[in-house]
Design a protein around this ligand. Structure first.
Ligand SMILES: Cc1cc2nc3c(=O)[nH]c(=O)nc-3n(C[C@H](O)[C@H](O)[C@H](O)COP(=O)(O)OP(=O)(O)OC[C@H]3O[C@@H](n4cnc5c(N)ncnc54)[C@H](O)[C@@H]3O)c2cc1C
Length: 400
């Protein structure tokens, strides 16, 4: 800690997902020494499926000079089309004027690009370090890892995801993510009999489940399903039933809907099927910081996967946290960070909760939804979505 200014000089960043490397690179740029500590034994290879990265996420990546590295591993999309079960178009969301498109990226490639960018900048990542405890005194904070080792610094940053340990170290009564009514499944496929969607992601509010798909010009494609379920379904429970069971089950559930589910499910290799567990909403009642510990990314604010905003909000918060720590003494830095970030992330989390409710709608709610959605979307001006997608960050501008 700088004893004259009260500003921090060093930070262990817990978690090597998205928020972790972005925070550590932003801190390094701010002149604060940062090391990433990741629980897994090595870099995550072949994890997860594909994801959409919103333009606001790129504005955060650009703020610390890693935007092009992420663009290089991702593809621009044209937008989203929403359909009713009978194929009727409910709404279309193209790219907004003056804003970059949302880009599609495989999760493993995104992690890889961020890991490489951190490595190139000399930001160290130490693997096999699972934080279990933290101690704090007037001189600093110490992270205690499961293997008995420790790391001491001025401030400890929890970028350890939606099931964050640091969140519980800050507040032992911290809320846990809550089941949001559906379970997720998906796969990458090669399909000969479904037309390429020209960069558009199609989403259908089906009679019995929500089905989304995109087919690329080379005949590869992705699909994912949100299946309404009465109670939480873990990845383990999904796996237990086996991919072949789910492929057949989803095929039956999608059979009355006007989608290419039949072909895409038939083309799915059970070995590569992705089980995403239950969709979850995170309560906003999370304490973001205490003393010398602070949260960022999903650990602080996880919108459910339906938002398409989790990674982008994680990147935004990571960069803003580094700016605050650069410019303000510790307690003020953490207060200002929360003030800058909370209203925006809570607004997006609320919007996503509404989307989840639409996906899990029963028969009556479905009829109302299908009647109202086209009117709502027709009335809404495209600019009304700009607040979400435009979030430029001038990294060098001082934080007031
Ligand atoms: C099915 C699904 C689809 C999604 N689709 C999208 C999408 O299309 N667009 C989008 O923007 N977002 C999407 N998301 C959300 C997005 O993945 C998250 O918001 C994002 O990964 C958050 O980044 P993070 O770094 O905060 O957390 P994570 O990416 O979860 O990283 C946390 C890291 O911390 C490590 N860790 C955990 N505990 C410890 C510990 N005790 N000690 C040390 N390290 C630890 C983990 O191993 C991990 O590497 C989706 C999520 C899911 C589940």
């Amino acid at each position: 800690m700088d004893t004259t200014t009260g500003k921090v000089r060093s930070a262990p960043v817990i978690g090597g997902g998205i928020a972790g490397p972005v925070t550590a690179m932003a801190l390094q740029r701010a002149g604060i020494e940062a090391t990433i500590y990741e629980a897994y034994d090595g870099p995550a290879e072949n994890v997860g499926g594909g994801m959409g990265l919103a333009p606001n996420g790129f504005q955060a990546f650009d703020a610390i000079g890693v935007g092009d590295a992420v663009r290089a591993v991702s593809t621009a999309t044209s937008g989203l089309v929403l359909h009713s079960w009978n194929g009727k178009k409910l709404a279309e969301f193209g790219t907004l004027p003056g804003i970059d498109p949302t880009r599609f990226v495989m999760r493993a490639e995104l992690f890889g690009a961020l890991r490489q960018a951190a490595e190139e900048r000399g930001v160290p990542t130490v693997y096999g370090k699972r934080i279990v405890r933290a101690t704090e005194d007037a001189d600093g904070v110490t992270a205690h890892f499961e293997d008995g080792t420790t790391a001491t610094a001025d401030v400890l940053i929890g970028a350890d995801g939606v099931r964050s340990t640091v969140r519980r170290l800050i507040d032992p009564n911290a809320p846990e993510p809550q089941f949001a009514g559906t379970a997720g499944f998906g796969a990458m496929v090669t399909v000969a009999d479904v037309s390429p969607t020209k960069g558009w992601m199609h989403m259908t509010f089906g009679k019995r489940c929500f089905f989304a798909w995109q087919v690329f010009d080379d005949g590869t494609g992705i699909w994912f399903v949100n299946l309404p379920v009465p109670q939480a379904l873990s990845v383990g429970e999904q796996r237990e039933r086996g991919a072949a069971y789910w492929i057949e089950h989803l095929r039956q559930l999608c059979s009355e809907d006007d989608t290419p589910a039949e072909q895409m499910l038939a083309a799915t290799d059970p070995k590569t099927m992705l089980f995403a567990g239950s969709t979850e909403n995170m309560s906003p009642d999370v304490t973001w910081s205490r003393g010398r510990m602070v949260l960022t990314g999903d650990a602080a604010h996880a919108p459910s996967s339906s938002s398409g905003q989790g990674a982008s909000l994680a990147a935004e918060s990571a960069v803003e946290l580094a700016r605050c720590l650069r410019d303000l003494p510790l307690p003020q830095a953490l207060a200002r960070y929360e003030e800058l970030r909370r209203p925006r992330v809570e607004k997006i989390i609320k919007e996503t909760a509404r989307t989840n409710a639409r996906k899990a709608a029963g028969p009556v709610a479905r009829v109302i939804r299908d009647a109202l959605l086209p009117i709502m979307f027709k009335l809404a001006k495209p600019e009304s979505r700009l607040w979400q997608f435009r979030y430029p960050i001038d990294f060098d501008a001082p934080v007031a």
